[in-house]
Design a protein around this ligand. Structure first.
Ligand SMILES: [Zn+2]
Length: 510
């Protein structure tokens, strides 16, 4: 909407009331002096047995008052609905954000009391509350902000390094206004309440992005924001925690001029980080003689020297269409956000067979499962075996707090869980857990470490893949060939006291 509607202040409300009263009086006068309606009114009055002139005047006065009240109600309701719609108020300005990333989770108690005082001191200035919640989320490097309503309040929770930290509470009275503000900031409909809506927060400073999801629950609409800073520094491949042997092989594979490398793992396991670090590594290895294009949904990080394209609903450009066209741009390396349908899979394989190195992600629960998944999408196993160089799988594990971790006995339940995961000889070594202390705000964890597993397609394994072997058999063959699994990597960390076995079994069985 291009025009701005002024705020409905107390003064504006008073003016509206007077105007409505005047209109109602005029309408009544018009009715009283128009011959046809005059008769109808007289008939109504005689039906109601209003005889005298005084009572008639009183009756007409009441009608005027009622009509005016309805009119005021109608106008103010509509006014309130539209007053904040103009685009100029629906952006988070640079000055609205106050971001300070220096202190990490140690700053959480400070932010909790700061938010409480903002909410208490300025009941009603929802704009300020929303700005603070978002600024604090970025300051704490939160990956997500959840605002979940229950019958008497709504709780604001941040997800930082996989842990959930409550940060504040919003009264049920204020909450609908907060939802409305967030919807307006993300250009979502403020009239729809019973349906899920997805959008993006509008930031003036394009460095910041936040995906918004509004979801109806029995207590009101629940909000989830996924935060991203597109200028966040990309880590070097050497620093993302890959074991030395995997790193060396992986870098060698990235130097290939064609074929496909697939990264798999659940949502939030750091696949994007690995993908971008890989592209940087390719750029560094091949100097300037490489044309790297990316097709992403959404673009999460700005990269220098790469051609990045936003694909997906927001632009109306689909992955298959984008991929087909980008091949005519003479790329050497293509980063494709995800393969999730047959059409994309078939174009991707063709691209990887015709002189392009293609990096992509596929949703599967293991490295070997990727081959089955791609076959299900209609890719010929023979083509698959000759195109895919390797599948990299990863998980993020919460790291034990060094201040409060301590040695624990192995419980029967843990032994059983490890056995179910295929660990029959559990090493006789101290394992650790952490109870929580002031350093880690009672969570027992600080930061995360990544676990990796790489399925390299050797000649021997190529044979099995082209025969369409099921994933558990492929996995067995790969292990025979020396593949180090996620579990192997995790056990190493558990023995070093970096992670707990409970966390390892949770993460690896995902
Ligand atoms: Zn601790």
């Amino acid at each position: 909407m291009a025009f701005a509607i002024p705020k409905l202040t107390r003064r504006n409300t008073a003016v509206t009331r007077i105007a409505c009263l005047v209109i109602s009086i005029l309408v009544m006068l018009a009715i009283s002096y128009t011959p046809s309606s005059k008769e109808a009114l007289a008939e109504l009055e005689s039906n109601l047995r209003i005889g005298s002139a005084v009572f008639s005047l009183l009756f007409r006065g009441i009608l005027v008052f009622l009509f005016s009240a309805v009119l005021v109600r109608l106008i103010t309701t509509l006014w309130l609905r539209f007053e904040e719609v103009p685009e100029n108020t629906a952006v988070i300005k640079r000055g609205d954000l106050c971001i300070n990333t220096t202190r990490g989770i140690a700053a959480i108690p400070m932010y909790q009391s700061k938010l409480r005082s903002i909410i208490e001191s300025s009941e009603g200035t929802v704009v300020e509350i929303v700005n603070s919640i978002i600024s604090m989320g970025f300051s704490l490097n939160a990956s997500d902000i959840h605002i979940s309503p229950d019958p008497d309040r709504a709780e604001v929770v941040y997800r930082i390094h996989g842990n959930l930290y409550p940060i504040g509470e919003i009264s049920q009275l204020l909450y609908p206004h907060l939802v409305r503000r967030i919807k307006i900031l993300s250009s979502l409909s403020i009239f729809k309440h019973g349906v899920p809506q997805d959008g993006k927060l509008n930031f003036e400073d394009k460095t910041y992005t936040a995906r918004v999801s509004v979801f109806p629950t029995s207590n009101g609409e629940r909000i989830a924001l996924r935060l991203a800073n597109v200028n966040a520094r990309i880590m070097d491949l050497e620093n993302i925690g890959m074991p030395e042997n995997i790193l060396l092989d992986y870098k060698a594979l990235l130097n290939r001029s064609q074929g496909m490398i697939v990264i798999t793992g659940p949502t939030g396991s750091g696949k994007s980080t690995t993908m971008f670090s890989s592209l940087l590594s390719i750029q560094a290895q091949r100097k300037d003689s490489v044309n790297i294009v990316t097709l992403e949904d959404p673009i999460e990080t700005n990269l220098k020297g790469f051609q990045q394209t936003q694909v997906g609903q927001a632009t109306g450009l689909t992955f298959p269409a984008a991929l087909r066209s980008v091949l005519r741009q003479d790329p050497d390396v293509i980063m494709l956000g995800e393969i999730r349908d047959e059409e994309t899979a078939s174009i991707a394989i063709r691209a990887a067979m015709t002189g392009h190195l293609l990096l992509t992600t596929v949703h599967a629960n293991s490295t070997s499962g990727v081959f089955n998944r791609l076959s299900q999408m209609g890719v010929d196993p023979v083509q698959l075996s000759s195109t895919v160089h390797a599948v990299l799988s990863q998980r993020l594990c919460r790291q034990l707090c060094p201040s409060c971790r301590k040695i624990v006995e192995l419980t029967d339940s843990l032994v059983r869980q490890l056995k179910l995961l295929g660990v029959n000889n559990i090493p006789e070594a101290p394992f650790y857990e952490a109870e929580g202390c002031t350093e880690c705000l009672g969570h027992g964890f600080i930061g995360r470490v990544a676990l990796f597993e790489m399925f390299i397609v050797t000649d021997n394994l190529r044979n099995f893949i082209s025969r369409g072997l099921p994933s558990h058999q492929l996995s067995r063959e790969a292990k025979k060939a020396g593949m180090q699994t996620l579990l192997d990597h995790g056990l190493k960390y558990a023995l070093e006291g970096k992670i707990s076995l409970t966390e390892l079994t949770r993460v690896v069985s995902e």
